[in-house]
Design a binder for this molecule. Structure first.
Ligand SMILES: [Fe+2]
Ligand SMILES: [Fe+2]
Length: 483
């Protein structure tokens, strides 16, 4: 057994899982590696593969100093397999097996369910890299270009993390699943990624920042729920992934925040008091706030679908099996089995949204979604609305109602406006353009997307960040484009 805090950085695959002592696993991963690199070259970032990028690489799993920064070419990035340190005598915290020692091997009766959870999580990781692959060509600065690539290499490392679990614990089916993770393609008609939001395009940088704010935040919730798992290797893997995930959400919240900041400053300079005076604002070469709201409406509603149906036996089964817990399960004060508990769920009753108490076990998706909404809305207040308020404009970005623009669950059957009022189909069609980005909106956003590569320079529509990455100065060359 390896000492969990020491990372073996010498071999081809940096790891703290004792790969050297497990030749079978090592061979399996080494066989998977070339296909992975092909995937990265084919479906990873377009261009820039030969450029030196200032990236952080995980070199330890200690909370302090877990990463080191340096220039690397992306295909030479050290994607490793890193588990958070084992908690001694860890006990399962919820479900039927609450109180039993955490499992170090896959419990036979739950094998299929566990594999599915890992595959679904694993599928999202390469999917987002594929979705973002064209963005380098329109990066608003070298700083942002570097952040994009950092997110990309880390999502790809998350793929490694899930593939490790599949290869180590699931034998032949695990190897097959690992291959399929490389063969599905985001947005592909015949072989799409498993979840809807991961088949949508990420055509521009506003979409990218909204995606990392809203959709990576779903990733954070899912990782939290899985980090409670009774299957200890999954728990430890997810705990370490969460340290990287924080940066992805930082990229999203600060990215949108910087766009808002730039818009507000441009409106001030031009003497525009009304943020809804869209034409005048756009003429300044910045994104108007109502369009930002529409983008938030879109990305939020797409992301809510990732939480699945309001009432779900799959979620109940995974909890009962002690495989997937709730957000911060270990900090909740209840019996952690939920045998007699109920949970209020917003349901569609007689054409209206109404709260209904349902068995808490079947409402676990909802609970996770509610925790997500609380997390997202407080981040919006802190990161976005504060900037608008400081600039003195009467405008707030807000989250639409959960019934708005849904394709999965209770509200997929109806239309609702962002306040949750039900709309007849013709009214929805008439007013849709006021709620969601239109072709013209997207066309305008696209018109702003021009690559900026001078050191320390930023596109017209986005403010510089407060601070550089790793304490670097404003004119730092985060990506070396010449050679
Ligand atoms: Fe991830
Ligand atoms: Fe992420």
């Amino acid at each position: 057994m390896s000492d969990a805090t020491t990372v073996d950085y010498d071999g081809m695959i940096p790891n703290n899982v004792g790969l050297n002592a497990d030749p079978r696993l090592r061979r399996a991963l080494e066989r998977w590696h070339p296909g992975y690199l092909d995937w990265w070259r084919d479906r990873g970032p377009e261009g820039f593969q030969e450029n030196l990028v200032y990236l952080r690489t995980a070199v330890s799993v200690e909370p302090e100093g877990w990463a080191k920064f340096g220039f690397v070419r992306m295909p030479e990035y050290r994607w490793g397999i890193l588990l958070a340190p084992a908690v001694e005598d860890r006990k399962i915290g919820f479900g039927t097996h609450k109180g039993e020692p955490a499992w170090q091997e896959v419990p036979g009766e739950y094998r299929a369910m566990l594999r599915r959870l890992i595959v679904v999580q694993g599928d999202t990781e390469p999917a987002s890299v594929e979705q973002q692959r064209h963005l380098g060509a329109t990066a608003p600065s070298l700083y942002d270009l570097r952040n994009l690539f950092q997110v990309n290499v880390e999502e790809a490392r998350h793929l490694w993390a899930m593939v490790y679990l599949l290869q180590k614990y699931f034998g032949r089916d695990g190897r097959e699943e690992a291959e399929e993770l490389l063969s599905r393609r985001s947005g592909d008609r015949d072989s799409p990624r498993l979840l809807g939001a991961f088949n949508e395009a990420t055509p521009d940088w506003l979409s990218f920042f909204m995606f990392t704010f809203f959709t990576d935040r779903d990733g954070k919730m899912q990782l939290h729920a899985l980090s409670q798992s009774g299957f200890d290797p999954l728990s430890r893997t997810c705990r370490f992934m969460l340290t990287e995930e924080a940066h992805h959400m930082f990229v999203g919240q600060s990215g949108v925040g910087r766009i808002i900041e730039r818009t507000c400053a441009a409106m001030r300079e031009a003497g525009i008091d009304d943020p809804t005076d869209i034409e005048r604002v756009r003429a300044l070469g910045v994104v108007d706030l109502p369009t930002m709201q529409k983008k938030a409406n879109l990305h939020f509603s797409l992301t809510l679908d990732l939480f699945g149906s309001e009432i779900s036996t799959n979620a109940a089964n995974a909890f009962n099996a002690s495989l997937k817990g709730r957000y911060l399960e270990d900090q909740i004060d209840d019996d952690h089995q939920l045998l007699n508990a109920t949970y209020p769920v917003l349901r569609l009753k007689d054409g209206r949204a109404m709260k209904e108490g349902v068995p808490a076990l079947s409402a676990l998706n909802m609970r996770l979604r509610d925790d997500y909404i609380a997390d997202a809305s407080s981040a919006i207040e802190r990161w976005w609305n504060r900037i608008i308020a400081r600039a003195g404009f009467d405008f707030r970005i807000s989250l639409p109602h959960v019934a708005f623009n849904r394709r999965i669950g209770e509200f997929s059957a109806i239309h609702a406006d962002p306040d949750g009022n039900m709309l007849r189909t013709e009214e929805w069609q008439r007013r849709r353009d006021a709620f969601l980005p239109t072709i013209e909106d997207n066309f305008f956003i696209e018109s702003l997307m021009r690559q900026v590569t001078e050191r320390g320079a930023f596109a017209s529509w986005i403010a510089p960040p407060r601070a550089g990455i790793d304490g670097m100065p404003g004119n730092f060359e985060y990506v070396k484009l010449a050679g």
